[in-house]
Design a protein around this ligand. Structure first.
Ligand code: C2E
Length: 354
């Protein structure tokens, strides 16, 4: 288990470690985001820990320390990241639980109402049967009992209705929390977690039904250079702009767009082929490259932003990793072909091992 960040930050060497973490991030060309800072603090302060081992193996493999890499390590080793995933899952089952309790309460409310009505009508018919004193006495007893049950039922019904309202409110809060946890806060598109879930079920659906499915990966060209020139804040605005164009274009039908990581986006096209995906995404690419963005603080022109796109069609029994891999391959073909273009992965392509 990694050393707890709180312990690291309250030790006498805290500032020393914070400086070292920033230096280590800078020398490995890692952005000082809050998540990276946390991971790299672990890296410098607990050299033999699990986080440090993971980071070392990423660095020694020559892989770039991207946002996805950071998220994967955090999910695996940082207790709070694990916890938020668990809270989400617990929220999901609690929502289901609440729905079934709410249905049970509603049906109890209906039967209690029906029971009250039956008692009332039985009591009314007995009141007209005045053949004997014994029956009259029974009618009186039943009337008193009926009135009592009716009163109790009314109280119960109102309590059930209150509980039902409260459950409804709770359910709404949980749904909102779940929506927020599935949304990327910078762009308001779906985030990586939401993408993974949707992509998994879209692939399973395509395998089960044989329906077409296309996946596109989009990446902003030369984004690092752009960030270095104009700064992170303007870089964020560019990400927001690209996201808004993608989100608008992919809003129809069952299409699903997400921020896949840093400056990368993904669009799932269930029931569609790469050809129709290409038609949509070419308009996205053209809209983005033709827009002149301004730096808001100084009104300077930021120059042209372009994106590269890779699309792949789902093949037969293909799993998520292979389809992603092929869409990624097509994206790299676009990058190698000079960027600002869209490529489709060949259907007979050998897929790399998952
Ligand atoms: P935002 O600043 O929140 O703007 C949201 C939407 O409001 C924009 O969507 C656009 O429809 C409208 N809008 C905002 N400011 C202006 C403006 O000065 N002129 C016009 N004609 N419309 C405006 P859009 O264009 O899809 O942009 C989405 C996001 O992308 C913006 O969110 C902003 O974060 C970023 N962005 C877009 N264009 C620029 C730009 O030229 N410079 C910078 N720094 N960011 C931009």
């Amino acid at each position: 288990m990694s050393k707890d960040l709180d312990t690291i930050l309250r030790s006498p060497r805290a500032y020393d470690w914070a400086r070292k973490a920033i230096e280590a991030m800078e020398s490995n060309r890692v952005w000082p985001t809050t998540l990276n800072f946390e991971l790299w603090l672990h890296y410098v302060a607990a050299k033999d820990g699990e986080v440090a081992n993971e980071i070392d193996s990423v660095l020694s493999s020559g892989q770039h320390f991207t946002e996805q890499v950071a998220e994967k390590i955090a999910e695996k080793h940082l207790p709070h990241a694990k916890l938020s995933g668990e809270i989400l899952d617990a929220g999901k089952s609690l929502t289901q639980e609440l729905e079934s309790v709410s249905r049970a309460l509603e049906s109890a409310r209906e039967s209690s109402e029906a029971y009250g009505q039956q008692l009332a009508s039985a009591s009314a018919s007995l009141e007209h049967d005045e053949n004997s004193d014994a029956v009259r006495a029974m009618v009186e007893t039943l009337s008193v009992a009926t009135a009592k049950v009716r009163d109790e039922n009314k109280t119960l019904e109102s309590q059930l209705a209150d509980t039902n309202d409260e459950l409804g409110r709770l359910k709404q809060h949980l749904e909102q929390a779940r929506r927020e946890a599935m949304t990327d806060s910078l762009t308001m598109l779906a985030n990586r977690k939401a993408f993974d879930e949707t992509f998994e079920s879209a692939c399973a659906h395509a395998v089960a039904t044989g329906e077409p499915l296309a996946l596109a990966i989009l990446d902003i060209d030369h984004f690092k250079k752009f960030n270095d020139t104009w700064g992170h804040q303007t870089g964020d605005q560019v990400i927001r702009f690209v996201a808004s164009v993608i989100g608008r274009a992919a809003s129809e039908g069952r299409r699903f767009s997400a921020r896949y990581g840093g400056e990368e986006f993904a669009v799932i096209f269930p029931g569609e082929t790469s050809r129709s995906a290409m038609t949509i995404l070419e308009t996205v690419r053209e809209e983005i490259s033709s827009r002149i963005l301004k730096r808001r603080s100084t009104n300077e022109d930021l120059g042209a932003i372009t994106i590269s796109i890779g699309i792949a069609d789902h093949l037969g029994n293909e799993h998520t990793t292979s389809l992603l891999d092929r869409a990624d391959g097509a994206l790299y073909a676009s990058k190698n072909g000079g960027r600002n273009q869209t490529s489709i992965a060949p259907a007979n392509e050998q897929t790399r091992a998952a």
